[in-house]
Design a protein around this ligand. Structure first.
Ligand code: PLP
Length: 455
């Protein structure tokens, strides 16, 4: 007999749920329903165990089941779980804001706590617009981002995103959002080769601002490593060039560090790796390691100052969400960041990340591996039918998705798109764990390559 709580009953009840970007009928046929997590391992309702090679989805940076975080949250649960968000605040939220200000470089000082990465990037957009309004530049409203980027699912965040298939069902989107070609060196949109290209993809943005009129452009938003495009790491000069362009044109530079933040790139933030400090940083995902929904932006002092006027000036930031700065989520964030800092997880992640990047080069032994790229504990592999010409597989082949399926059958969870796979394990992974993950990926690429040849 089936009950609502056993696997068959849960599967049946999936008809009451939409999963993110998932065809529910196919999903239900072989539904994976996670019941338990411990360290790197998650277990489903039929007892299958998986290495969580994607940290959930770039989220569970400190690993599953961290007892210190659970204890801190339990304590907070017993104190208070909600306060009125307009007119009152709670202790963990203030402590978290202070901690974020402490671990980010000057002049970043002032935090707004929200619940998801989409809310964070959208908060950045609204902050940029209201900032320029208050500074006497009401026409500075446009936002420049890159094709292939993903800044989130809400309409403002989506309007800044450049992932065609995820946008078109919802067009028309917010006006004043423009996309420029991304720094996709393996498939340069300008047909150039680095370094002879002189980083044309970055320099072109200044021309775009010039053509649009600098008096109409509020901000450039970039995810320092473009994960949704297949882990595109920009050339070293790219982000410093953007910083200079923003300074010359009075444009705000926004980093979307929703994925790259909190140790993923081997440092706390990608801004440290690339040596560039933006005006606003959006963060989320690894900020609470998934122990509760949590995201934020931090803005520079100059932006914060524009919102710190006399009571009758009404300079307050006209933005907020009921569950933003929630005491339980803030506690989850505080405790999980403290775990990262107290246990040298960042140093460990940097070392293990180097090991990952080195060992991943062995994947070139497979003909269908065109490009292996990454930084820290994020790694992407792009598949091609011909390494010389870099020609992609025909759309129906879906090599990346096939490798992802094969890895899952062998107990490793990954992210994939038809042409690439991505690995992003928790920061607590050891070199032995990484070797095991790469071993599975290696065997699965071999298997898929044989399957494709037989087609
Ligand atoms: C770079 C980036 N920004 C923003 C978001 C949106 O975050 P969320 O899904 O928490 O709304 C994502 C989600 O994957 C992301 O990858």
């Amino acid at each position: 007999m089936t009950t609502d709580d056993d696997h068959a009953g849960l599967k049946k009840n999936l008809e009451h749920l939409f999963l993110d970007m998932t065809q529910m009928k196919s999903f239900r046929q072989a539904a994976t329903i996670i019941r338990h997590g411990d360290g790197l391992i998650v277990t489903d309702t039929v007892g299958n165990q998986y290495i969580d090679g994607l940290s959930g989805i770039w989220v569970v940076n400190i690993g599953h089941g961290n007892q210190a975080v659970i204890d801190a949250m339990t304590k907070q649960l017993q104190r208070v779980t909600f306060n009125m968000p307009i007119g009152t605040i709670n202790e963990p939220a203030i402590r978290l804001a202070r901690l974020i200000a402490d671990i980010t470089p000057a002049p970043l000082t002032t935090v707004k706590l929200v619940n998801s990465g989409s809310e964070a990037t959208e908060t950045a957009l609204k902050l940029a617009r209201q900032y320029f309004l208050q500074m006497g530049h009401p026409r500075k409203t446009k936002i420049i981002s890159r094709y292939l980027s993903w800044h989130g699912a809400t309409m403002g965040a989506l309007s800044m995103s450049g992932t065609t298939g995820l946008k078109t069902p919802f067009e028309p989107l917010l006006g004043g959002c423009l996309q420029v070609p991304p720094p996709y060196c393996y498939r340069c949109p300008y047909g150039l080769r680095y370094p002879d290209c002189d980083v044309a993809c970055a320099r072109m943005i200044e021309k775009v601002i010039d053509w649009e009129g600098p008096q109409t452009v509020a901000a450039i938003i970039v995810d320092p490593v473009m994960v949704s495009a297949g882990i595109l790491v920009p050339p070293d000069e790219y982000l410093p060039i953007l910083r200079n362009i923003c300074d010359r044109t009075n444009t705000l530079l926004i980093f979307d560090e929703v994925i790259t933040g909190f140790g993923r790139v081997g440092k706390l933030f990608a801004m440290e790796v690339f040596g560039v400090v933006p005006d606003i940083v959006a963060m989320g995902k690894g900020m609470s390691s998934g122990y509760a929904p949590l995201a934020a932006i931090i803005a520079s002092q100059r932006i914060a100052d524009a919102f710190w006027g006399k009571p009758d000036e009404h300079l307050e930031f006209m933005h907020g969400h009921t569950f933003g700065a929630n005491p339980l989520s803030s506690t989850a964030g505080l405790a999980s960041i403290q775990q990262m800092l107290a246990h040298d997880m960042l140093e460990h992640a940097e070392l293990v990340g180097k090991h990952l990047q080195q060992q991943a080069q062995n994947l070139y032994r497979h003909e269908m591996v065109g490009d292996v790229r990454g930084v820290g504990l994020m790694m992407g592999v792009e598949f091609v039918t011909d390494r010389q010409t870099r020609e992609s597989f025909p759309a129906e082949v879906k090599a990346g998705l096939k490798v992802q399926d094969a890895c899952k059958r062998r107990g490793l969870l990954l992210r994939a798109n038809p042409d690439w796979i991505a690995l992003g394990p928790p920061l607590i992974s050891t070199q032995v764990d990484i070797d095991r993950m790469l071993e599975i990926i290696d065997a699965c690429i071999e298997q898929v390559q044989e399957e494709i040849q037989d087609l």
